[in-house]
Design a protein around this ligand. Sequence first.
Ligand code: ADP
Ligand code: MG
Length: 449
Amino acid sequence: IWGQARAELERAVGADSFATWIEPLKLIRLDTDIALIACPTRFLSDWVARHYSSDIMRALETVGNPVQRLSFEVAAMPAERPAAPAPAARPANPARAAIRGEDDLAAPLDSRFTFDNFVVGKPNELAHAAARRVAEGGPVTFNPLFLYGGVGLGKTHLMHAIAREIQIRQPESRVLYLSAEQFMYRFVQALRDRSIMDFKEMFRTVSVLMVDDVQFIAGKDSTQEEFFHTFNALVDQGKQIVISADRAPGEIKDMEERIKSRLSCGLIVDLHPTDYELRLSILQSKTEQFRNTQPDLVMAPGVLEFLAHRITSNVRVLEGALQRLFAFASLMGREITLDMTQECLTDILRSSDRKVSIEEIQRKVAEHYNIRLSDMIGPKRVRTVARPRQIAMYLAKQMTSRSLPEIGRRFGGRDHTTIMHGVKKIEELRGSDRSVAEDLDMLRRLLEA
Ligand code: ADP
Ligand code: MG
């Protein structure tokens, strides 16, 4: 039961959080309404109780063992070394291996996350090139390398690829890769165990430090402080640092100014949202890999194109969809057709349906009214251009979750009051002018298709 629940939890909270917080837990007893869970430390049990209780309950319910509440027990452990959630202790999963020499500290690397397996396209080519450069070693040219971008666009993949490559090229170097969450966990643990000197020593003697999802420590004052000192000490020694985050340094809220400016002084590159071509190449590459293990896979033409068109949110979702298709096909011994794809992925397709981008709206509206796409963001005020532009503004407000200022920015840096005015205008026309109402309906259907 616990094994199943753990698998469920890993999916729910993500691999990183799972390794840090859930992995070290043990299910001791399962009564009709209460689950007793053992944790190696008090800190861990407090944290898990506060942040992951509902996830655990949900997971237990999913695997058929709902309970009313959870009870945590701190299990006895050797005094000198906290039974930290050493992610290295995962022999169960051969796909993961800890970086050598740092077994007690580093997060495990996913063996699938290599440069070879990273598909390069326009949206990620800069980030990829910068990552390659750092991985090749040599003189430290940009420090830190700061990678940022939305969820599931390949930040962690690139970080693991860098770590692995450096380990291969310079086996004697000490590469330390971990998530910011793990950094905080180690730090707090060191404070509790009064082993902060060891902690500092450990971090300050690495050759390369890589911290994933640094936005996590925003608002966590003492952790930020420690991170800042670690960062400075390493930069002073000329050690390479690689950081990732979900947004640019300047945009991270509740992060100290001095840290932001430190983070900005190297090279900052972003991973852009995927485009159709990149999504298609990724799907092709994953399908090819799958074919290596299942040579008899049959897939109708057009399936990958369909997926690349319809699932635009992020690569993780794209991969998940493909995985499910493969599993379904091999279980049922069926060929993958377009029909089967639609049937098998209804939920994923539906949830990505609602995501329409402002760019798409502008494109479709421009097409429909036969004006140039550049006029959407340009200054022209003639009616034949201004009206369609307002229609696009209206649809952007209706169909996306963007705020007025954000929409303004996408319309050539217009003020949010201009957008509001446009939206109001179309709202009025919609009530008074049948042809406008019909146009809107049709455009919306086009965009939702
Ligand atoms: P992030 O850390 O930015 O949220 P990840 O690096 O975890 O995203 O990527 C999510 C999934 O998508 C991973 O399985 C990763 O291997 C895959 N992925 C992302 N970008 C690419 C790419 N360009 N080529 C191949 N796989 C990719
Ligand atoms: Mg990540």
